[in-house]
Write a protein that binds this ligand. Structure first.
Ligand code: PAF
Length: 293
């Protein structure tokens, strides 16, 4: 039987708990914004297999939302989040307030800026987003002091940004990337899926279908990026309810453009896709060629 996780609200009690845990074992950490789903549960399960204890943070970080984004309506579901954490054996949840995370206010904080990577794709569509992400993750690492931290591959660009930042700032945290968890019909799990109406949810499937189309085209010998990108947009183009932001195939390490996918080097490229379905912005991606492919 799992016990209910300890809920830690202050920085000092979180640091003290972490120090105690690390005296006798490794601490795994899963940072989240709550509204937890099976994708988060998988991160926590992997962390529990690999570490002596697992901590989760639940904090809807205001600095990573743009002024016209969904900060106000972002789902806050603490009771069910607590239950999910308990069911997978999480030992503690860091659940801070805005006052604790940004004591000088949301406009007045020391920021972490990762150059280059953050101006592309999500960074171009959501200015300031990655400054907020990099800053809050740095702060969370400083508060929770984990040995290993776990991130989902669904936010692929976020993963690259956090990896670069952790290396550049010598944060001393080992990072692990965990594969995207999908619904049986292919939709990538996301806290924002709960905004979708039934009709929108079925339109949202065109994102994962477009990635499947690329995978099949690559498997049948097409390696030209322009042609592969065309496969993606053709699948999306059929759907009037889906407003495409980008559908691109780029180098998987640095997100730079490339002309061909090196079909003999697994995961050397990444197909990235972002689209608005109704009012909900969704992202998905696929590493190419897939390891199993
Ligand atoms: O991926 C998320 O849920 C958030 O961007 C993160 C990493 C918890 C930072 O707020």
């Amino acid at each position: 039987m799992n016990f209910s996780p300890l809920v830690l609200r202050s920085i000092s009690e979180t640091r003290e708990w972490s120090r105690e845990i690390r005296r006798s074992g490794t601490l795994g950490f899963v940072p989240t914004m709550g509204a937890l789903h099976e994708g988060h549960a998988e991160l926590m399960r992997v962390a529990a297999r690999e570490c002596g204890a697992v901590a989760v943070s639940i904090y809807v970080n205001p600095t990573q939302f743009g002024p016209r984004e969904d900060l106000g309506k972002y789902p806050r579901t603490f009771e069910s989040d607590l239950e999910l954490c308990r069911s997978v054996g999480v030992k503690a949840i860091f659940f801070p307030s805005d006052e604790i995370m940004y004591p000088r206010g949301r406009e007045n904080f020391t920021a972490v800026e990762v150059p280059g990577l953050t101006t592309l794709f999500e960074g171009a569509s959501r200015p300031g987003h990655f400054v907020g992400v990099a800053t809050v993750v740095t702060k969370l690492f400083g508060i929770v002091v984990p040995d290993v931290s776990y991130f989902g591959r669904k936010d692929y660009q976020q993963w690259l940004v956090i990896k670069r930042m952790t290396e550049d700032l010598n944060l001393g945290v080992t990072l692990r990337r965990v594969d995207t968890v999908r619904e049986p019909d292919g939709l990538a799990m996301s806290s924002r899926n709960r905004y979708l109406s039934a009709a929108e949810r079925s339109m949202a499937l065109s994102l994962s279908r477009s990635l499947k189309a690329v995978e099949m085209a690559l498997a049948s010998g097409e390696t030209q990026v322009k042609q592969l990108e065309k496969c993606m947009t053709e699948v999306l183009g059929d759907n009037p309810g889906v407003q495409l932001d980008y559908a691109r195939i780029v180098n998987a390490d640095n997100l730079k453009e490339q002309n061909v996918v090196e079909s003999h080097i697994p995961e050397s490229a990444v197909a990235l896709i972002a689209a608005r379905v109704g009012t909900t912005r969704l992202i998905d991606n696929l590493l190419l060629p897939p390891v199993s492919g």
